[in-house]
Design a protein around this ligand. Sequence first.
Ligand SMILES: [Cu+2]
Length: 318
Amino acid sequence: MTAEGPAPAPSPSPAPAGRERNDAMWLLAGWVVLSVAGCLLVYFAWGPHLPPGNMSSSAASQQFDNRVLGTVATPVVVGVLLYFGWALAFWRQKEGDDTDAAPIYGNTRIAVTWIAVTAAIVLGLAVFGTYELIAPAGAGAGEGPQPIWKPNSSSVLQVQVIGQQWAFTYRYPQFGGFETTQLVLPLNQPVQFNVTSLDVIHSFWAINLGVKADANPGVNNVAYTTPRKTGTFTVRCSELCGLWHGAMFDYGTVVSPARFLTWAHTTAIQLAPVTKMLPPYALTYDPTVLANLGKVNTELGLTGAGGGYYNPADPEQP
Ligand SMILES: [Cu+2]
Protein backbone atom coordinates (compact mmCIF):
# COMPACT_ATOMS: atom_id res chain seq x y z
CA MET A 1 0.00 0.00 0.00
CA THR A 2 1.50 3.30 -1.02
CA ALA A 3 1.15 6.24 1.31
CA GLU A 4 1.46 8.91 -1.29
CA GLY A 5 -1.07 8.37 -3.95
CA PRO A 6 -4.13 6.66 -5.16
CA ALA A 7 -3.89 3.05 -6.15
CA PRO A 8 -2.94 2.56 -9.78
CA ALA A 9 -5.44 4.27 -12.00
CA PRO A 10 -7.01 2.23 -14.74
CA SER A 11 -5.28 2.45 -18.08
CA PRO A 12 -6.60 5.18 -20.38
CA SER A 13 -8.17 2.79 -22.78
CA PRO A 14 -10.82 0.50 -21.39
CA ALA A 15 -8.60 -2.43 -20.53
CA PRO A 16 -9.65 -5.84 -19.41
CA ALA A 17 -9.89 -6.24 -15.63
CA GLY A 18 -6.95 -8.65 -15.67
CA ARG A 19 -4.65 -6.00 -17.06
CA GLU A 20 -5.56 -3.51 -14.31
CA ARG A 21 -4.98 -6.09 -11.62
CA ASN A 22 -1.59 -6.89 -13.07
CA ASP A 23 -0.64 -3.22 -12.98
CA ALA A 24 -1.70 -2.91 -9.35
CA MET A 25 0.11 -6.07 -8.31
CA TRP A 26 3.31 -5.20 -10.15
CA LEU A 27 3.26 -1.71 -8.72
CA LEU A 28 2.69 -2.99 -5.21
CA ALA A 29 5.37 -5.67 -5.50
CA GLY A 30 7.86 -3.22 -7.01
CA TRP A 31 7.08 -0.64 -4.36
CA VAL A 32 7.60 -3.12 -1.49
CA VAL A 33 10.90 -4.46 -2.86
CA LEU A 34 12.31 -1.02 -3.73
CA SER A 35 11.12 0.48 -0.44
CA VAL A 36 12.77 -2.22 1.67
CA ALA A 37 16.03 -1.88 -0.28
CA GLY A 38 15.81 1.92 -0.15
CA CYS A 39 15.12 2.02 3.60
CA LEU A 40 18.08 -0.26 4.33
CA LEU A 41 20.35 1.86 2.13
CA VAL A 42 19.20 5.15 3.66
CA TYR A 43 19.45 3.99 7.26
CA PHE A 44 22.63 1.91 7.16
CA ALA A 45 24.65 3.21 4.18
CA TRP A 46 23.74 6.90 3.99
CA GLY A 47 22.69 7.40 7.63
CA PRO A 48 26.16 7.46 9.23
CA HIS A 49 27.13 10.27 6.82
CA LEU A 50 24.12 12.48 7.48
CA PRO A 51 24.68 15.81 9.23
CA PRO A 52 25.56 16.91 11.81
CA GLY A 53 27.71 13.83 12.43
CA ASN A 54 28.27 12.22 15.82
CA MET A 55 30.87 14.41 17.51
CA SER A 56 28.64 15.03 20.54
CA SER A 57 25.60 13.59 22.28
CA SER A 58 23.28 16.13 20.67
CA ALA A 59 24.86 15.73 17.22
CA ALA A 60 24.46 11.95 17.44
CA SER A 61 20.81 12.21 18.46
CA GLN A 62 20.14 14.66 15.61
CA GLN A 63 21.85 12.34 13.15
CA PHE A 64 19.64 9.50 14.43
CA ASP A 65 16.58 11.76 13.88
CA ASN A 66 17.71 12.47 10.33
CA ARG A 67 18.21 8.74 9.69
CA VAL A 68 14.72 7.95 10.97
CA LEU A 69 13.11 10.79 8.98
CA GLY A 70 15.02 9.79 5.85
CA THR A 71 13.98 6.18 6.27
CA VAL A 72 10.31 7.08 6.82
CA ALA A 73 10.36 9.31 3.73
CA THR A 74 11.95 6.66 1.51
CA PRO A 75 8.79 4.58 0.79
CA VAL A 76 6.92 7.79 -0.02
CA VAL A 77 9.60 8.96 -2.47
CA VAL A 78 9.93 5.46 -4.00
CA GLY A 79 6.14 5.25 -4.39
CA VAL A 80 5.83 8.61 -6.10
CA LEU A 81 8.73 7.97 -8.51
CA LEU A 82 7.61 4.41 -9.27
CA TYR A 83 4.02 5.46 -9.94
CA PHE A 84 5.24 8.36 -12.08
CA GLY A 85 7.58 6.17 -14.10
CA TRP A 86 4.94 3.45 -14.49
CA ALA A 87 2.36 5.95 -15.72
CA LEU A 88 4.84 7.40 -18.24
CA ALA A 89 5.84 3.99 -19.50
CA PHE A 90 2.58 2.07 -19.64
CA TRP A 91 -0.36 4.44 -19.42
CA ARG A 92 0.31 6.60 -22.41
CA GLN A 93 -2.56 7.62 -24.60
CA LYS A 94 -2.67 5.48 -27.69
CA GLU A 95 -3.05 6.82 -31.20
CA GLY A 96 -6.68 7.69 -31.92
CA ASP A 97 -7.86 6.96 -28.36
CA ASP A 98 -9.98 9.85 -27.10
CA THR A 99 -11.42 8.11 -24.07
CA ASP A 100 -10.53 9.12 -20.51
CA ALA A 101 -9.59 6.97 -17.55
CA ALA A 102 -12.14 6.10 -14.92
CA PRO A 103 -12.32 8.88 -12.27
CA ILE A 104 -11.05 8.01 -8.80
CA TYR A 105 -13.41 10.56 -7.25
CA GLY A 106 -15.74 8.89 -4.78
CA ASN A 107 -13.43 5.97 -4.03
CA THR A 108 -13.97 5.68 -0.26
CA ARG A 109 -11.33 3.01 0.20
CA ILE A 110 -8.58 5.17 -1.30
CA ALA A 111 -9.72 8.24 0.65
CA VAL A 112 -9.81 6.42 4.00
CA THR A 113 -6.48 4.72 3.36
CA TRP A 114 -4.88 8.03 2.36
CA ILE A 115 -6.10 9.83 5.48
CA ALA A 116 -5.24 6.98 7.84
CA VAL A 117 -1.70 6.43 6.50
CA THR A 118 -0.74 10.12 6.32
CA ALA A 119 -2.26 10.78 9.77
CA ALA A 120 -0.32 7.85 11.25
CA ILE A 121 2.95 9.14 9.73
CA VAL A 122 2.45 12.74 10.88
CA LEU A 123 1.21 11.90 14.41
CA GLY A 124 3.87 9.21 14.85
CA LEU A 125 6.61 11.66 13.89
CA ALA A 126 5.14 14.30 16.23
CA VAL A 127 5.44 11.89 19.17
CA PHE A 128 8.92 10.80 18.05
CA GLY A 129 10.04 14.42 17.60
CA THR A 130 8.78 15.46 21.03
CA TYR A 131 10.54 12.55 22.71
CA GLU A 132 13.74 13.24 20.79
CA LEU A 133 13.67 16.88 21.88
CA ILE A 134 13.17 16.12 25.58
CA ALA A 135 15.17 12.93 26.18
CA PRO A 136 18.64 14.18 25.09
CA ALA A 137 18.54 17.26 27.38
CA GLY A 138 16.96 19.63 24.89
CA ALA A 139 18.79 18.10 21.91
CA GLY A 140 21.44 20.83 21.83
CA ALA A 141 18.91 23.62 21.32
CA GLY A 142 18.64 26.83 23.32
CA GLU A 143 16.13 26.31 26.13
CA GLY A 144 15.97 29.88 27.38
CA PRO A 145 17.08 31.17 30.81
CA GLN A 146 15.37 28.41 32.82
CA PRO A 147 16.10 25.13 31.07
CA ILE A 148 13.72 22.28 31.85
CA TRP A 149 15.67 19.42 30.29
CA LYS A 150 19.10 19.05 31.84
CA PRO A 151 21.82 16.41 31.57
CA ASN A 152 21.94 13.73 34.25
CA SER A 153 25.24 14.76 35.71
CA SER A 154 26.43 16.37 38.89
CA SER A 155 29.42 18.01 37.22
CA VAL A 156 28.62 20.28 34.30
CA LEU A 157 31.22 22.51 32.68
CA GLN A 158 29.90 26.06 32.34
CA VAL A 159 30.89 27.91 29.18
CA GLN A 160 29.51 31.34 28.49
CA VAL A 161 29.16 32.28 24.84
CA ILE A 162 29.12 36.02 24.19
CA GLY A 163 28.12 37.22 20.73
CA GLN A 164 28.93 40.68 19.48
CA GLN A 165 29.45 42.25 16.08
CA TRP A 166 31.22 40.22 14.73
CA ALA A 167 32.84 37.60 16.89
CA PHE A 168 32.13 35.10 19.61
CA THR A 169 34.08 35.08 22.85
CA TYR A 170 33.88 32.51 25.62
CA ARG A 171 34.05 32.86 29.40
CA TYR A 172 34.84 30.02 31.79
CA PRO A 173 33.33 31.00 35.17
CA GLN A 174 34.64 27.86 36.91
CA PHE A 175 38.20 28.92 36.04
CA GLY A 176 38.16 32.48 37.30
CA GLY A 177 35.90 33.85 34.60
CA PHE A 178 38.56 34.52 31.94
CA GLU A 179 37.33 35.49 28.49
CA THR A 180 38.94 34.12 25.35
CA THR A 181 38.32 33.71 21.64
CA GLN A 182 39.19 30.02 21.95
CA LEU A 183 36.44 27.49 22.54
CA VAL A 184 38.01 24.39 24.08
CA LEU A 185 35.93 21.55 25.52
CA PRO A 186 36.89 18.34 27.33
CA LEU A 187 35.86 14.94 25.99
CA ASN A 188 32.84 13.20 27.58
CA GLN A 189 32.13 16.14 29.86
CA PRO A 190 28.56 17.53 29.93
CA VAL A 191 28.74 21.20 28.93
CA GLN A 192 26.28 23.97 29.68
CA PHE A 193 26.45 26.84 27.21
CA ASN A 194 25.14 30.13 28.57
CA VAL A 195 24.59 32.15 25.41
CA THR A 196 24.11 35.89 25.39
CA SER A 197 24.90 38.95 23.26
CA LEU A 198 26.27 42.44 23.83
CA ASP A 199 24.55 44.13 20.90
CA VAL A 200 22.18 42.68 18.31
CA ILE A 201 20.72 39.18 18.02
CA HIS A 202 23.27 36.55 17.03
CA SER A 203 22.98 32.79 17.10
CA PHE A 204 25.63 30.42 18.40
CA TRP A 205 25.77 27.43 16.07
CA ALA A 206 28.42 24.81 16.90
CA ILE A 207 27.65 22.85 13.76
CA ASN A 208 29.42 19.54 14.38
CA LEU A 209 28.26 19.49 18.01
CA GLY A 210 24.61 19.85 16.99
CA VAL A 211 24.26 22.91 19.23
CA LYS A 212 22.32 25.99 18.20
CA ALA A 213 21.12 28.74 20.54
CA ASP A 214 20.14 32.34 19.83
CA ALA A 215 22.31 35.01 21.46
CA ASN A 216 20.00 37.80 22.59
CA PRO A 217 21.21 40.91 24.43
CA GLY A 218 20.06 40.87 28.06
CA VAL A 219 19.04 37.19 27.90
CA ASN A 220 20.79 34.03 29.07
CA ASN A 221 19.97 31.20 26.65
CA VAL A 222 21.04 27.75 27.91
CA ALA A 223 21.96 24.76 25.73
CA TYR A 224 23.57 21.43 26.66
CA THR A 225 25.75 18.88 24.94
CA THR A 226 28.41 16.30 25.76
CA PRO A 227 31.39 16.02 23.36
CA ARG A 228 31.94 12.40 22.30
CA LYS A 229 34.92 12.76 19.96
CA THR A 230 38.08 14.82 20.00
CA GLY A 231 38.76 17.14 17.08
CA THR A 232 37.82 20.46 15.55
CA PHE A 233 34.31 21.77 15.09
CA THR A 234 32.99 24.84 13.30
CA VAL A 235 31.13 27.69 14.99
CA ARG A 236 29.01 30.02 12.89
CA CYS A 237 26.73 32.89 13.65
CA SER A 238 23.34 31.74 12.46
CA GLU A 239 21.38 34.98 12.68
CA LEU A 240 21.86 37.81 10.19
CA CYS A 241 23.57 40.38 12.43
CA GLY A 242 24.97 43.08 10.21
CA LEU A 243 27.67 43.78 7.64
CA TRP A 244 30.19 41.10 8.64
CA HIS A 245 27.72 38.41 9.68
CA GLY A 246 29.16 36.13 7.00
CA ALA A 247 32.62 36.43 8.55
CA MET A 248 31.39 35.66 12.06
CA PHE A 249 32.74 32.15 12.41
CA ASP A 250 35.55 30.35 14.15
CA TYR A 251 36.59 26.89 15.26
CA GLY A 252 36.45 25.08 18.57
CA THR A 253 38.25 21.96 19.70
CA VAL A 254 37.41 18.96 21.81
CA VAL A 255 40.44 17.64 23.70
CA SER A 256 41.13 15.09 26.43
CA PRO A 257 40.10 16.16 29.96
CA ALA A 258 43.77 16.38 31.01
CA ARG A 259 44.66 18.64 28.08
CA PHE A 260 41.59 20.76 28.78
CA LEU A 261 42.60 21.30 32.42
CA THR A 262 46.12 22.26 31.38
CA TRP A 263 44.77 24.71 28.82
CA ALA A 264 42.20 26.21 31.23
CA HIS A 265 44.68 26.73 34.07
CA THR A 266 47.38 28.13 31.76
CA THR A 267 44.94 30.48 30.05
CA ALA A 268 43.48 31.63 33.36
CA ILE A 269 46.97 32.63 34.51
CA GLN A 270 47.92 34.22 31.16
CA LEU A 271 44.75 36.30 31.02
CA ALA A 272 44.58 37.17 34.73
CA PRO A 273 45.51 40.86 34.19
CA VAL A 274 42.78 41.17 31.53
CA THR A 275 40.24 39.24 33.57
CA LYS A 276 40.62 41.81 36.35
CA MET A 277 39.42 44.51 33.96
CA LEU A 278 36.41 42.54 32.76
CA PRO A 279 33.02 43.05 34.32
CA PRO A 280 32.43 40.38 36.97
CA TYR A 281 31.03 37.20 35.50
CA ALA A 282 27.28 37.49 35.03
CA LEU A 283 24.69 35.72 32.91
CA THR A 284 23.98 38.91 30.97
CA TYR A 285 25.82 42.19 30.55
CA ASP A 286 24.62 45.74 30.23
CA PRO A 287 25.72 46.98 26.81
CA THR A 288 25.53 50.64 27.87
CA VAL A 289 28.34 49.94 30.35
CA LEU A 290 30.27 47.79 27.90
CA ALA A 291 30.23 50.56 25.32
CA ASN A 292 32.85 52.26 27.51
CA LEU A 293 35.20 49.27 27.50
CA GLY A 294 37.62 51.05 25.18
CA LYS A 295 38.06 53.79 27.76
CA VAL A 296 39.55 51.53 30.40
CA ASN A 297 42.63 53.20 31.80
CA THR A 298 44.58 50.99 34.16
CA GLU A 299 47.34 53.54 34.60
CA LEU A 300 44.93 55.77 36.44
CA GLY A 301 44.16 52.81 38.68
CA LEU A 302 40.44 53.24 38.32
CA THR A 303 38.70 50.75 40.52
CA GLY A 304 35.52 50.55 42.50
CA ALA A 305 32.00 49.44 41.73
CA GLY A 306 32.60 49.48 38.00
CA GLY A 307 35.42 46.99 38.40
CA GLY A 308 38.00 49.29 36.85
CA TYR A 309 36.01 50.89 34.07
CA TYR A 310 35.57 54.41 33.08
CA ASN A 311 32.19 55.24 34.59
CA PRO A 312 30.57 58.31 32.99
CA ALA A 313 28.28 58.66 36.03
CA ASP A 314 31.23 59.06 38.39
CA PRO A 315 32.29 62.73 38.66
CA GLU A 316 35.67 61.79 40.13
CA GLN A 317 36.71 60.05 36.97
CA PRO A 318 38.27 61.99 34.11
CU1 LIG B 1 26.26 37.39 14.48
